[in-house]
Write a protein that binds this ligand. Structure first.
Ligand code: NAD
Ligand code: DAU
Length: 351
């Protein structure tokens, strides 16, 4: 079936994997990638598919309601997969306003354009909102986030994502807009901007710089390979139940410090260093404000309803990720020039 799908934030980390998957796997779809190319967006993430005949890139901001409405009017999209967001918790602590603007207002701009264009004719239409497990807040040592867990966000980032989730649901309940939402745990893999823990640590190790671990490194995250997130998004886009929410996660919890030790062992091996060399770079720094202790996803609903399962074990995925960063130092060099230096200076030299 021919479909026109608008993917927002497709030049970012997860978005680029989703765009690549849809462009390659669905030649009869046309994929429109709307991205304003912030520091986190990079067209180099999509070099391999940029000339595909079923792909169009549009540089633009999701908060620009005239632009977004004109795109809907021109193309009358069948579906939206909305990933564009400010996504880094530490940046949200330093500058909450851009998170409110993009994550909340940008989402409403897209919802309004979909509502106005579809105008009650919702056959085969879908607005798919990509969200995060951080909306659920923090777990103690036991338990998992389910789709019924009460929202309890703590950072400006997670509060802005929670707000956007509520708005998407409100457009379903109020205007019957056909929506689906998924809330995923921490992703890792190729093309992740080196402000997030794993690529930041890999980049610092390559450059023989300290690996900053917040607090005592006791916080726990549930890590999922990014291509597995993209496969879950594919399954939910095509078969998810309208109006519902799906949690996505890998049942793969790691304490930050244990993850960093594993990464150090892999890097020793890959860089031909004596075992124990890289872990000497580990440096404990001031904790993140409001730092959530533990995230862990119960993805039973997704498995039972749509048969989705992660494909990779963590050690294998982490090794693949390290190999990618080692083979793509030019990409890292490009994304860490300019703005990144200012960010790094402010973020880490004050700790
Ligand atoms: P990212 O920061 O790597 O990419 C975000 C993309 O959005 C960039 O290409 C950026 O240029 C674009 N963008 C930002 N503001 C925009 C605007 N106003 N208009 C148009 N484009 C804009 O983010 P990511 O890690 O790939 O996350 C993508 C989505 O998935 C986000 O909604 C995030 O909340 C969610 N998510 C991320 C993770 C994770 O571990 N990274 C986990 C669960 C959910
Ligand atoms: O859970 C999903 C979320 O995962 C996504 O919604 C966010 O967009 C994504 O950024 C990620 O959020 P986290 O805050 O969990 O990811 P981050 O990589 O920033 O941090 C992971 C853990 O590592 C967290 O406990 C903080 C810690 N950390 C992070 C950095 C950048 C460090 O110890 N040192 C660091 O330098």
């Amino acid at each position: 079936m021919n479909k026109k799908i608008l993917i927002t934030g497709g030049a970012g980390f997860i978005g680029s994997h989703v765009v690549r998957r849809f462009v390659n796997n669905y030649p009869s779809y046309h994929i429109y990638n709307l991205d304003s190319l912030t520091y986190a967006g990079n067209l180099a993430n999509l070099r391999d598919i940029e000339n595909a005949s079923n792909y169009t890139f549009i540089k633009g901001d999701i908060t620009d309601s005239d632009l977004v409405q004109s795109l809907f009017t021109e193309h009358n999209f069948d579906g939206v997969i909305h990933l564009a967001a400010e996504s880094h918790v530490d940046r949200s602590i330093a500058n909450p306003m851009s998170f409110v603007t993009t994550n909340i207002i940008g989402t409403v701009v897209l919802l309004n354009a979909a509502k106005a264009t579809w105008n009650g004719d919702f056959d085969n239409k879908l607005f798919y909102h990509i969200s995060t497990d951080e909306v659920y807040g923090s777990l103690g040592e036991e338990g998992f986030f389910t789709e019924e867990t009460k929202y309890d966000p703590h950072s400006p980032y997670s509060a802005s994502k929670a707000s956007s989730d509520h708005l998407v649901r409100a457009y379903h309940d109020t205007y019957q807009l056909p929506i689906v939402i998924s809330n995923c745990s921490n992703n890792y893999g190729s093309f992740q901007f080196p402000e997030k823990l794993i690529p930041l640590a890999i980049n610092n190790i390559i450059n023989n710089k300290p690996i900053p671990v917040y607090g005592k490194g006791d916080n726990i995250r549930d890590w999922l390979f990014v291509e597995d997130h993209a496969s879950a998004i594919d399954a939910i886009y095509h078969n998810g139940l309208l109006g519902s929410t799906y949690n996505i996660g890998g049942h793969n919890e790691w304490k930050n410090i244990d993850l960093i030790h594993l990464l150090c062992r892999i890097m020793d091996k890959k860089l031909g260093k004596e075992a124990g060399t890289t872990s000497k770079l580990i440096t404990f720094v001031k904790d993140r404000a409001g730092h959530d202790l533990r995230y862990a996803i119960d993805a039973t609903k997704l498995k039972n309803e749509l048969g989705w399962m992660p494909s990779l074990q963590f050690e294998e995925g982490l090794e693949k990720t390290v190999d990618w960063y080692l083979a793509n130092e030019e990409w890292i060099g490009q994304v860490t020039s300019g703005e990144y230096q200012n960010f790094y200076e402010k973020q880490y030299h004050q700790r």
